[in-house]
Design a protein around this ligand. Structure first.
Ligand code: GBH
Length: 467
């Protein structure tokens, strides 16, 4: 088609939610203030060798003390929604017992200010910062942690349910279970296949019990959700062997959460494939039914796709502890071609499109939110003082275009939350990777919107993309 396309707008639905996303440990700082107790990420980041450069979230982007400034930034972007997380050890120190008034006051103030600014708060209950005391009692591999989570969900909803209409139970339980207890690259840094599967199951249970607790407290009409980092995984070739490799990764990466939550059962192939690792006796009658407590939307975090091939018997073993619970014995990851971000993750918006069409087909009645999408790149400081990030703009443009195309094909996508508002503590990478559309100079905490921030404000103002 040779017609000029300049100035064409790919318009999104009128009610589309345009947001930015953050997480408590990555931005708040104030790690020891107002009664907050340590979480597993405090412990992990203070353990030498776990996080690049020994970075911690002690100060992070100091958001705890800069709420007004950060909301003003969002206001200037024109976002309709803001996705943030509550720090469990701030709201309920130690993970048990009564709520901490000062911790709750912080989130009351944050959400009040957001509402005054006309921005809808979208609260995630758990973005990886388990109170250390609960980890000391066994953490997610223990069933008790799921009950503790449900109590915490009730406390949070009692305190904030009058001002937060959208709630997410967990962010990316795959990462909590398989990076936290499988490969050990995330807190609490434990390794092992059986423990990671136990953790995954108890996260599903926690989600379901959390939904029940939220429903019991929240006013009718509140939206309750779950965010998954679904893996867009392709076979290297269209052979049965490589397609079976996809099946295995899909089972332990995606269906281990999707099936309990949306069908009330575990994937049978996963149970079979892991029979030599665990007998799944920690799954009690009614657990998967509890996990299937109905929710109002599904959040998807998407960054890049993966490609896999069958691992030939006798081929080189996967190095080190794996986040794939045994599947790596049969599967190897092959490089996805194309440009890469500063994380070395491939840039491939097609993966997001594929994922959205799959969800359209498999969960046709579930409204979808893109709860995270974005990229880490180096910034260029312009002599004019501008912080330029053209690759991030290109990444975001391509991915929003993929979302638009998926909506056109019938995917029920209701909103998009850009990761991230601010440069922040990027987990095992510390401050070495910048995902923000607002630059943070950590020594001074000075915020400078990058060119991507201006671009995003323009997209929101136009209600779509100009091509
Ligand atoms: C999200 O995690 C987090 O929610 C957010 O806090 C974080 O800052 C952001 O993304 C950027 O990292 O494990 O071999 O399959 C995303 C975590 C990264 C997990 C890509 C899966 C794929 C490599 N995901 N990763 S592998």
């Amino acid at each position: 088609d040779a017609r000029p396309r300049t100035g064409t707008t790919l318009r999104f639905p009128e009610a589309f939610r345009w947001g930015t996303a953050t997480a408590a440990y990555q931005i708040e700082g104030a790690a020891g203030e107002d009664g907050r107790t340590p979480s597993i990420w405090d412990t992990f980041s203070r353990t030498p060798g776990k996080v690049r450069n020994g970075d911690t979230g002690d100060t992070a982007a100091d958001h705890y003390h800069r709420v007004d400034e950060d909301i003003a930034l969002m206001r200037s972007l024109g976002v309709t929604d803001y996705r943030f997380s509550l720090a469990w050890p701030r709201v309920q120190p130690s993970g048990r017992g009564p709520a901490a008034r000062k911790g709750l006051d912080f989130y009351r103030r944050l959400t009040d200010r957001l509402r005054e600014a006309g921005i809808r708060p979208v609260a995630t209950l758990y973005h990886w910062d388990l109170p250390q005391e609960l980890e000391d009692a066994g953490g997610w591999p223990e069933r008790e942690t799921a009950y503790r989570f449900a109590d915490y969900a009730a406390l949070a909803a009692e305190a904030l349910g009058d001002r937060v209409a959208t709630w997410t139970t967990l962010n990316e339980p795959w990462c909590s279970a398989f990076l936290g207890y499988g490969s050990g690259v995330h807190a609490p840094g434990r390794t092992g296949d059986a423990g990671s599967l136990r953790a995954a199951h108890h996260l599903n249970l926690a989600h379901g019990l959390g939904v029940q607790a939220l429903r019991a407290v929240l006013p009718a009409g509140a939206e309750v959700s779950l965010t998954l980092n679904l893996h867009a995984v392709r076979p290297r070739t269209d052979t049965p062997q490589d397609r079976d490799a996809v099946r295995r990764i899909d089972a332990v990466g995606n269906r281990i959460f999707l099936d309990p939550v949306f069908r009330g059962s575990l994937p049978e192939d996963l149970v079979r494939d892991t029979a030599d690792i665990t007998d799944w006796s920690f799954v009690k009658d009614g657990d998967c039914a509890a996990a299937a407590e109905p929710i109002d939307s599904l959040g998807i975090n998407y960054y890049s796709p993966a490609a896999v091939a069958a691992r030939t018997p006798g081929g080189a073993d996967a190095a080190g502890p794996s986040p794939w619970a045994g599947a790596e014995r049969h599967v190897r990851f092959v490089p996805v071609t194309g440009p890469r971000t500063a994380m070395d993750w491939p840039v491939d918006a097609g993966g997001l499109h594929e994922l959205l069409l799959r969800l359209r087909d498999e969960l046709p009645h579930v409204p979808l939110l893109i709860t995270e999408n974005g990229a880490a790149y180096e910034d260029y400081a312009d002599p004019s003082g501008e912080v330029k990030d053209p690759e991030r703009v290109a990444y975001l443009h391509a991915h929003l275009e993929a979302v638009h195309r998926a909506i056109g094909a019938g995917a029920d996508v209701r909103g998009y939350f850009l990761w991230s508002l601010l440069d922040n503590f990027e987990w095992a990478y510390g401050y070495s990777k910048r995902f923000g559309i607002v630059h943070v100079d950590f020594p001074t905490q000075r915020r400078t919107p990058k060119s991507s921030a201006r671009w995003y404000a323009d997209v929101i103002a136009r209600g779509g993309l100009t091509t």
